[in-house]
Write a protein that binds this ligand. Structure first.
Ligand SMILES: [Zn+2]
Length: 335
């Protein structure tokens, strides 16, 4: 798809946000899109209603809380085959030509289409899709990530799943957006055991956040250019330590609060845990992406929903996350 192709489908663009001062805020524009889609797209309204009725359980490990959601609507996404051949042979569901007939978009700074997620985990839950069919890749879109978090404001968080650890369309670049205050990780992020390793160096604070079964790297800064340069350096350091020529496996959250961007990166070593592929009693159909790493475990079978324990969650996290000693090596390169 070429950049201009969405222009050939003007009926898809329900509204546009270009950042002009004095215009409607992005959060309001997206809220209006969400209402429009609930009223005019029946399948979405049904999926949203079904998600609103999803069961939740809270499980705790020490002072850390995790949530388990039973959401059968996520079955397609949680069990998607993501091998290169399957991806090559299926029509891309994020390309504007293949969107359901009733789906509309907010055109964001002429570069992204903001869509309601048709299989929501949150209310609202947006997918922010590049106008071009180009691969999922963080480094090229760091500026857009920071701009999006800024434009949406503190009521929302932007998140990203790497092409090999959670993205269900690794061939089409996209971010996702959820409301702030929905993920258990946010409390840990604010109040948890944070080890600040360098503060105010080039205006960036950087450190490690310790969580049950996994560690995350956090960054804060108020100057987008320096933060972007720091993130590029981090991605490079992760790639070197992890010995990966492709983008190092990671999930990421980004939000802006009181003029500062806050980012949280979960370095990964594996997409799905072994239990995903087991048969019988040992089987657990959980596919960890950013949401799961953020402490909200989505289960698509009642059995998995009921049997999830803090110990099982930690075991899954440990298996798919980069071990602490490797994270330390990355941190040492960033000092
Ligand atoms: Zn596409």
């Amino acid at each position: 798809m070429k950049t201009s192709d969405y222009l050939l489908m003007p009926d898809r663009i329900w509204s546009e946000y270009d950042g002009a001062p004095g215009g409607t805020s992005l959060a309001s524009t997206c809220g209006e899109l969400f209402s429009q889609q609930l009223f005019n797209w029946q399948e979405f309204a049904v999926a949203h209603m079904s998600m609103k009725g999803a069961w939740f359980r809270e499980i705790t490990s020490g002072q850390h809380t995790m949530l388990v959601q039973f959401n059968q609507g996520r079955t397609v996404s949680a069990t998607a085959a993501l091998d290169a051949e399957t991806i090559r042979n299926r029509p891309c569901f994020l390309c504007v030509y293949h969107l359901p007939a009733a789906q509309k978009a907010v055109l964001y700074r002429k570069t992204f289409l903001i869509l309601v997620n048709p299989y929501p985990i949150f209310s609202p839950h947006y997918t922010v899709v590049h106008v071009n069919h180009e691969p999922q890749e963080l480094e090229r879109h760091l500026g857009a990530l920071l701009a999006l978090a800024h434009d949406l404001g503190p009521a929302f968080m932007v998140f990203y799943n790497g092409p090999r650890c959670g993205a269900s369309a690794p061939d089409h670049h996209h971010f996702q957006v959820c409301p702030s205050g929905m993920l258990p990780i946010e409390k840990d992020w604010e109040e948890g055991e944070r080890e600040i390793l360098c503060a105010d160096r080039e205006d960036v604070s950087f450190g490690v956040l310790r969580l049950p079964g996994r560690n995350a790297l956090f960054m804060e800064g108020s100057v987008p250019e320096t933060l972007e340069a720091f993130l590029k350096r981090l991605i490079g350091a992760m790639g070197e330590v992890m010995g990966s020529a492709e983008e190092p496996m990671l999930n990421l959250f980004c939000k802006q609060k009181e003029g500062r961007w806050q980012l949280l990166v979960f370095p990964r070593r594996k997409h799905r845990p072994d239990a995903y592929y087991r048969e019988g009693k040992g089987s657990v159909l959980v596919t960890p992406g950013a949401v799961e790493m953020g402490g909200l475990l989505i289960t698509i079978r009642e059995d998995d929903f009921l049997k999830m324990t803090p110990a099982l969650a930690e075991e899954i996290y440990r298996e798919v996350s980069l071990p602490p000693e490797v994270i330390e090596e990355i941190v040492n390169r960033m000092k």
